[in-house]
Design a protein around this ligand. Sequence first.
Ligand SMILES: [Mg+2]
Length: 120
Amino acid sequence: MPSGRVLVVDDDAGIQELLALALTSEGYEVLVARDGLDALEKLEGFIPDVIILDLMMPRMDGLAFGEVLRERGLRGRIPILVLSAAAGGHDTVAQLKPEAYVDKPFSLPDFLQKVAQLAA
Ligand SMILES: [Mg+2]
């Protein structure tokens, strides 16, 4: 059973609920943030092993969040899995250079496998 801490950053409440349930069932400790700013607040008390990152979010999007992580020296220390519609073809993904990405709509087993690889 995998273990580790995962921060889910997504503005879609349905995705938040689905991922929190799936990841918790797998044995991860999970915290959810609704956008980049919320995620930065969560990171003050929770250092995850993996960040699941949506790209399009209000207030602070995925790319801007990645930039702040870089400025803070955290970018290389916490792997990012981008979960977004057409993530693979997104210019933002080329700029952000996540360790992995999964296109929405996604297959839960594939998603969980990638998380497990990043958390290992
Ligand atoms: Mg979104």
